[in-house]
Design a protein around this ligand. Structure first.
Ligand code: CA
Length: 247
């Protein structure tokens, strides 16, 4: 109940390089099987039951935060927002019982990388976690597009995007989408490929998520004056068009 449980490095079977997952969930009935499943997968799992403890624990820079929205103290969305504001760069997966709210939540830019509605199957959760961690830890080999000093510069290894001197703050998904579009500059990349590469090959959810991500990406690029544009090709996909020069 009021007692918080913090289970971290106490697990006996930790692989030396285990990826760290922070589970933020106030309901023990949900948290226990979740933590157990993730630990069995070999992750180094810490569980906290409040938003404040989550924010305090972020200093340890877990690779992934699984974040419930309905927390007793601080709303999960607020936790997400504050985490990003504080510079947290790990992946954030929001889980919520407020299924009706999910679309709205996805549409707002809180900086989360994935969303899952409760109740969820543990197998689905595992697949999502694996996909998220694979994406966020993968060192992508796409060429750095540094030939456009006035346009976009994508530092693939650092997973950072710059417009001139200014960094464009992107979430993990926004970065992945942009990176793929930039690697295929002036060509159309299909929705199917973006969904498969950026989300997961097992993702059968709505492609609305893709549109929302593209929308946020456009907004962010525009807000820093990037002339490259993400153009929608109706019924097919998206294309990154250079405003700075034609190749
Ligand atoms: Ca809850």
């Amino acid at each position: 109940m009021g007692t918080s449980a913090e289970r971290g490095s106490a697990g006996p079977m930790l692989a030396p390089m285990a990826q760290r997952v922070l589970v933020v969930e106030d309901e023990e009935d949900i948290a226990f099987p979740l933590v157990r499943t993730l630990e069995r997968e070999g992750y180094d799992v810490t569980w906290v039951d409040s938003g404040q403890k989550a924010l305090d624990t972020l200093a340890s820079s877990p690779e992934l935060v699984i974040l419930d929205l309905g927390l007793p103290d601080i709303d999960g969305l607020e936790v997400c927002r504050r985490a990003r504001e504080a510079g947290f760069e790990g992946a954030i997966m929001i889980v919520t019982a407020r299924a009706g709210e999910l679309d709205r939540v996805v549409g707002l830019d809180y900086g989360a990388d994935d969303y899952l509605a409760k109740p969820f199957g543990l197998a689905e959760l595992q697949a999502r976690v694996r996909a998220l961690l694979r994406r966020t830890s993968a060192t992508t080999t796409t060429a750095v597009d540094d030939s456009r000093p006035d346009g976009l510069r994508i530092d693939v290894d650092a997973r950072r995007v710059y417009a001139g001197e200014e960094e464009v703050p992107l979430t993990g998904k926004e970065f992945e989408v942009l990176n793929i579009l930039a690697a295929n500059r002036d060509k159309v990349v299909s929705r199917g490929r973006l969904m498969a590469d950026v989300w997961d090959e097992n993702w059968y959810g709505s492609t609305k998520t893709l549109d929302v991500t593209i929308g946020r990406l456009r907004q962010k690029l525009e807000s820093v004056g990037v002339t490259d544009r993400v153009v929608a090709v109706r019924g097919v996909g998206f294309r990154l068009e250079g405003g700075s020069s034609d190749a």
